[in-house]
Design a protein around this ligand. Structure first.
Ligand code: 4NP
Length: 157
């Protein structure tokens, strides 16, 4: 089993969206028994809450149901068990670099590293943005999900 963990700050906007989009990719490719995914936050403000209603609505418009997810904080077991820890932005990866032991830093990526054609490494935090910000999050995440799946197929399966 390959374990993928999407990480953002609040675990109510970007990483739940990434989980929803990538889960659909996994289902379409019949890889549910080979790739396990989850999402977490590095901050605890929204623990136990469902994704932001705007994230739910914009995801639903593209056919992704993320309503059942609940925010949780990253823990030690997540770090130990995950094969890929995918940070949504530079702040997230800097936080993770401080949390994670040296020997596990090789699990750490920015999610958009899997979409190099975007020439962008951060999925911008949409929380205080206009609705356009939520659509941009989906555009970036859909691109990186394709790249990530190809990478895992080529390297891990
Ligand atoms: P996320 O967005 O990290 O993509 O879930 C945020 C959600 C909430 C907050 C910040 C970012 N907040 O400060 O409450």
């Amino acid at each position: 089993m390959v374990k993928v963990l999407f990480v953002c700050l609040g675990n109510i906007c970007r990483s739940p969206t990434a989980e929803g989009v990538f889960r659909k990719h996994i289902q379409i490719n019949c890889l549910e028994d080979k790739i396990e995914i989850d999402s977490v936050g590095t901050g605890s403000w929204h623990v136990g809450n469902p994704p932001d209603t705007r994230s739910q609505e914009f995801a639903a418009q593209r056919g992704y149901d993320i309503s059942n997810q609940r925010s949780r904080l990253i823990n030690n077991l997540d770090v130990i068990e995950s094969d890929y820890l995918l940070a949504m932005d530079t702040d997230n990866i800097l936080t993770l670099q401080k949390l994670i032991p040296e020997e596990m830093q090789n699990k750490l990526f920015r999610f958009l590293e899997f979409a190099p054609h975007l020439n962008q490494l951060d999925v911008p935090d949409p929380y205080y943005s206009s609705p356009d910000g939520f659509d941009l999050v989906l555009d970036l995440i859909e691109d990186a999900s394709e790249g990530l799946l190809m990478h895992i197929k080529n390297n891990d399966l």
